[in-house]
Write a protein of this length. Structure first.
Length: 234
């Protein structure tokens, strides 16, 4: 890089080459991740995705709830799919694993806390976040979201956006933990709805509960009536 007179770095460009060899190899790597993951995931039973923080302590109440969710999902005939890391993900995988069910981890290398947990019956490894996201959306019949940070919010908003824009079929999206989510949902209602950024109906794309048992019961109710999306329960 060269320094401009104003002190900001200036990138050195390689001319007008429209086709760079490194990009073509990257495309092949992306295709390989899609093919490998689709082949593996296509053989799975009905799966429910569990999202949440990788930084949650093993003895935290949220981790206990996620572990119970994993157990209850297996008892209800579902498998569990998480990001494969520790915290909430590890707890949900553990609950499913200990209950003798399918416990899937879609692992990705991160510079900080991510490392595969030991409670996975099936483990896939990804280099690209977007390929991993496609697998979550394609192979999950419901989404259960525990408290988490940027990654969890990104996953939640991705699902809501894809559902809102009808790019995917609607599935139950269940938020666990009223104390954690109430502030976020209040902001959505007051600011996003209030300023016309989203519609009032968009608040029906998810359902808020306060326990693992409530989450799984609500999910079972949605699927019992053949409704793959969320239903409003007053």
């Amino acid at each position: 890089m060269n320094e401009k007179n104003d002190g900001f770095p200036e990138m050195e460009y390689l001319g007008n080459n429209d086709f760079m060899p490194v990009d073509s190899w990257r495309i092949l790597r992306i295709m390989a991740e899609f093919v490998e993951s689709f082949e593996a995931m296509g053989r799975m039973p009905e799966l429910v995705a569990v999202f949440g923080s990788a930084r949650t302590a093993e003895d935290a109440p949220d981790a206990d709830a996620a572990r119970r969710v994993g157990k209850l999902l297996v008892e209800a005939g579902y498998g569990v799919i998480t990001g494969g890391g520790p915290g909430i993900m590890g707890a949900a995988n553990r609950g499913a694993f200990e209950a003798g069910g399918r416990s899937v981890g879609l692992n990705i290398e991160l510079p900080m806390e991510q490392h595969p947990n030991k409670f996975q019956t099936d483990s896939l490894s990804f280099h690209y976040f977007f390929v991993r996201k496609v697998c979550f959306l394609k192979y999950s019949t419901a989404i259960i979201v525990f408290p988490g940070g940027f990654g969890t919010l990104d996953e939640l908003c991705e699902v809501l956006t894809m559902t809102q824009t009808r790019k995917i079929n609607p599935v139950p999206v269940i938020l666990v933990g009223k104390e954690f989510w109430n502030g976020f949902l209040h902001w959505m209602k007051q600011i996003l709805v209030g300023e016309g950024m989203i519609s009032e109906n968009d608040l029906g794309l998810f359902h808020l509960v306060d326990s693992a048992d409530e989450a799984v019961e609500y999910l079972k109710m949605c699927h019992r009536y053949g409704h793959r999306g969320t239903v409003r329960v007053d």
